[in-house]
Design a protein. Structure first.
Length: 332
């Protein structure tokens, strides 16, 4: 992910501190994933042992937690270095990646760089925007498939109470490859490395939404020019549909998009208006010129990656309709 152009202070120590804190937050989540992997509940006369506090210090738990953190950080770093090195290639100033630690589903809020000098060509914007998802996706593939090979099947009752994750198309294809004959009443417990691959797909597909300063916004602008606004409007509608039928968290994105459109249309002075203008994609002098066959083909590849990575419901069972049903509001 890239931030909008602007002047920022050069503080590499801040990048380093945030990197270390993100390693800690991803490692912490890795411990929980490792405990779930080694200690799934098992029904029957001989249930699996329950993990105690001392289980956290088991070498195999710590090793697997460290492996999860390392794999995910490699994916995120590769994604951001794709942007950063492309900027350096064109002589465009950019900061080192800022990693954002946090108690999220994957142990981090992701990472971003800030571009500090103008980008004058839409071909440059395309290359900068596409480089991150391409690099991240290439690193995600081995993590996902190696992790799937190490994942295991448990009775369905053993997974009751666990968080059910949404499955991107690529994960479904991988599961069909590695788990062809899974009994009907069984579930797959993802190896932490496979979960890191799933997290890589989640980060990739979110960044590829064709909005503002997201990677997908750069690619869409380079491919479509001013017509990108129609795709962005469709994306906002898509967020609302996803929120209603799959996961209500998408509604926040949709509402932010609608607020952005409203603020820009009003053209009222103030901080909110300046923020909204800052989220618009910068225009270039070659906006109406063809992008070129090679980059157009790469654009098609980026769209394919978005489709393979798309996760409509990162956590299943959180649709707005589902919540209304649980509340007994008579929605059928």
């Amino acid at each position: 992910m890239e931030g909008s152009p602007g002047r920022t202070s050069r503080k590499p120590w801040l990048n380093g501190i945030l990197f270390v804190l993100t390693v800690v937050s991803t490692f912490t989540l890795g411990v929980l994933l490792s405990l779930s992997y080694f200690y799934p509940d098992s029904p029957g006369p001989a249930p699996a042992p329950k993990p105690g506090l001392g289980s956290i210090l088991e070498p195999r738990i710590l090793l697997l937690a460290g492996l999860y953190a390392a794999v995910l950080m490699i994916i995120l770093t590769g994604h951001e270095l794709g942007h950063y090195l492309t900027c350096r290639h064109y002589g465009i100033e950019a900061t080192l990646p800022y990693f954002i630690p946090g108690p999220t589903l994957i142990g981090t809020f992701g990472a971003f760089i800030r571009i500090q000098s103008p980008v004058h060509s839409k071909r440059q914007w395309f290359d900068i925007g596409a480089a991150g998802p391409l690099a991240g996706f290439v690193l995600t593939l081995p993590a996902l498939f190696i992790g799937l090979a190490l994942s295991k099947v448990v009775p369905a009752a053993a997974s009751q109470g666990a968080v059910a994750l949404g499955e991107p198309l690529l994960l479904k294809l991988g599961s069909a490859l590695f788990f062809r004959h899974v009994p009907a009443e069984s579930s797959i417990v993802l190896h932490p490395v496979a979960f890191a691959g799933w997290a890589g797909l989640l980060v990739t597909f979110i960044n590829l939404f064709p909005l503002g300063q997201l990677d997908g916004g750069h690619v869409a602008y380079a491919l479509l020019g001013r017509k990108k606004r129609y795709v962005s409007a469709a994306a906002i509608c898509g967020f609302i549909i996803l929120g209603v039928f799959f996961s209500y968290s998408w509604l926040l994105w949709g509402l932010l998009g609608l607020l952005f459109i409203l603020v820009v249309r009003l053209k009222r002075p103030g901080r909110l208006y300046r923020l909204a203008i800052g989220l618009r994609h910068p225009r270039t002098f070659d906006e109406d010129l063809p992008l070129g066959r090679k980059r157009t083909l790469v654009g098609v590849l980026v769209i394919l990656i978005f489709i393979l990575s798309f996760i409509p419901d990162p956590i299943k069972g959180l649709s707005l309709l589902g919540l209304l049903k649980q509340a007994g509001l008579g929605v059928r």
